[in-house]
Ligand binder design. Sequence first.
Ligand code: CU
Length: 175
Amino acid sequence: MQETAWMVSLVLMLMITFGVIFVAINSHKREEEYGPLVKRAYGFRTKLFWVVALVFLPAMIFNLMDLPYDVSRAAGKGSPQVINVTGHMWYWEMDRDQVNAGQPVEIHVTSADVNHGFGIYDTDMRLVAQAQAMPGYTNVIRHTFNKEGTYKVLCMEYCGVAHHNMMTEIKVGNL
Ligand SMILES: [Cu+2]
């Protein structure tokens, strides 16, 4: 089996080598023949460039306008409500757990030990926002809670035996 594989690779290597030598020898022989062809290809390339530029540039700008970052920042009258979160094995430490509905919230998520996943679920247990809780790094969630209620926070990354106990709540209401 190994012998066969070796023979096949040897044959392929030889074929590639001969191919490279053939191209190298012939490369400067027929410059005149290729001249018009090259010109045509370059012309096509220029046209293609403009088609791509004219189609994709507006499409890209249109798509970038949909990014939520600017909207969430502009929506806030004044400063956002900041929650600082640290994930521990196996609990969440939050410096506040009540926020106003309809007002932007900025959640700074980090971890004191291993990676955790900070996931926020609404009253129907649908995921509304999430970020990785990483040691030595702070991820920021920008979210505006429009519906009042008690939102559940669950750990979204398995982090040890009591991972399932990493639950807390965020109360969204009218303060
Ligand atoms: Cu966890």
